[in-house]
Design a protein around this ligand. Structure first.
Ligand code: ATP
Length: 448
């Protein structure tokens, strides 16, 4: 069974094994900013690659985009962010802590019980100025979502991609929000990364497409090993909907602090294209040549957080168990997300073993993200690999010198098999891709 799903343990694992460090740590850190270490950078890249593969590579109806973080300020007028991207802020008169009025239950400061100020609306966009002179007219914003980069390029993509509606445009990138309250580690930060798809459809088909994308996105997390019982779908009530949305579902994950949003899937109607057409004076409607019709498409938007997903995948994969009387911490990450796929571990640092082990590493590293480690005892090295979620360790021992075979150790079942060195890449590839790693087996292997 999974161990206590406690955030402290995840934060500590992240620090200990090089997944995530506090930003600018030698200067005391910067509130709610985090740096991804060597393992975290791999994990995060794998999450983004898995998303891109499912959403762009494997689909004929979606293309990718990579737009700039700084955009024309009128974009944010049209999108409603300048006017409406606000949260009600209250401040404690005693301890001066600030809170989101809609997130606290009582009229008093949740920290010290002090009296709170009246709420004032606080815009969440980060402002900066462009050019050498800070003056009116030079103010620009760091984008609070990647979606608008897609809407303003809709015409460019349609005319250059030779695609017809339904058509999706996908983007992964940084977004910035000057959140009033941050916290829960990577869950809510002021700088974060999003993966967003804007899927343009013919009005009238939007209901079906919303259902389709809700299911697709839910299944994506499950296919990557997240346990279904830790995921739920939640439909927004009408009074909860954002100003642009006709309907919205959240995919929630059971984080240590409770059920919280991992991704939102919204039916945005034609809100964005109509707004941008109005603000820019450009006709952003679509001409459907087959039907001989012109219309402004509706948009279904699955919008998720890369960092939030990284956190959820780690929490979900984290386990503590007892193996032969010893505690083992193991992270059952899906192999496609695991930072290291194969660790090459000579039994000891030894002048006879090292050359062969180096050779094995050289043979594997072009095909797999591979680690080489010959320091400390083999037991400690296995523990490290278990904690960073490495699915396979390859051990080279003295027998390997004679029979040219090595041992593959499976992270989840702890089963060991011996294979000829020349068959290693083929065997590992089959194992990493094979049915052994359909998501549910990650846990089943241990629970048997
Ligand atoms: P919340 O209600 O949690 O503030 P939201 O509904 O404003 O989120 P969206 O605007 O729908 O969020 O953003 C889409 C996704 O981007 C979210 O589901 C989340 O995964 C991610 N995201 C949003 N804000 C943050 C943040 N401050 N830190 C990390 N990820 C975020």
């Amino acid at each position: 069974m999974p161990a206590d799903r406690d955030m402290e343990r995840i934060v500590s694992l992240c620090k200990r094994r090089g997944f995530v460090f506090p930003s600018s740590e030698i200067y005391g850190g910067l509130a709610s900013c985090w740096d991804y270490g060597p393992m975290g950078a791999e994990l995060k890249r794998n999450v983004k690659n898995a998303w891109w593969k499912a959403m762009v590579q494997e689909r004929a109806d979606v293309v990718g985009l990579d737009t700039s973080i700084m955009m024309h300020p009128e974009v944010w007028v049209a999108s409603g962010h300048v006017q409406g991207f606000t949260d009600p802020l209250v401040e404690c008169r005693a301890c001066h802590l600030r809170w989101r009025a809609d997130e606290i239950k009582s009229q008093r400061c949740p920290s010290c019980g002090g009296e709170l100020t009246e709420p004032r609306m606080f815009n969440l966009m980060f402002k900066t100025s462009m050019g050498p002179v800070e003056e009116e007219g030079s103010t620009i914003y760091l984008r609070p979502e990647t979606a608008q980069g897609i809407f303003v390029n809709f015409e460019n993509v349609v005319t250059t991609s030779r695609k017809k509606i339904p058509l999706g445009i996908a983007q992964i990138g940084k977004s910035f929000r000057n959140e009033i309250t941050t916290g829960n580690f990577l869950f809510r930060t002021r700088e974060f990364e999003q993966f967003e798809l804007e899927y343009f459809v013919k009005p009238g088909t939007d209901g079906e497409w919303l259902d389709y994308w809700v299911k697709e996105r839910f299944d994506w997390y499950v296919k990557l090993g997240m346990r279904k019982e830790n995921l739920r779908l939640r439909e927004h009530d009408k009074d909860e909907l954002a100003h642009y949305a006709r309907a919205c579902y959240d995919i929630d994950y059971l984080f240590p602090m409770g059920w919280s949003e991992l991704e939102g899937i919204a039916n945005r109607g034609d809100f964005d294209l109509v707004q941008h057409a109005r603000q820019s004076g450009r006709d952003l409607s679509y001409y459907d040549a087959e039907a001989g019709e012109k219309y402004v498409p509706y948009v279904i938007e699955p919008s998720g957080g890369v960092d939030r997903s990284v956190l959820a995948f780690l929490i979900d994969a984290y386990d503590e168990e007892e193996v032969e009387g010893e505690k083992r911490t193991v992270v059952h990450l899906h192999p496609s997300l695991a930072p290291i796929k194969v660790a090459v571990l000579p039994l000891s640092r030894n002048e006879r073993l090292t050359p062969l082990a180096r050779e094995v590493h050289k043979q594997l590293s072009p095909g797999f993200m591979t680690d080489y480690d010959d320091s400390q005892s083999i037991g400690r090295r296995y523990r490290r690999q278990d904690e960073i979620g490495t699915p396979f360790c390859v051990t080279i021992d003295f027998e390997s010198l004679e029979d040219k075979q090595v041992t593959i150790r499976d992270r989840d079942s702890l089963a060991q098999i011996r294979v000829p060195i020349e068959e290693l890449p083929k065997t590992l590839e089959a194992k990493l891709k094979g049915e052994a790693f359909d998501a549910s087996s990650l846990w089943a292997a241990r629970e048997k």
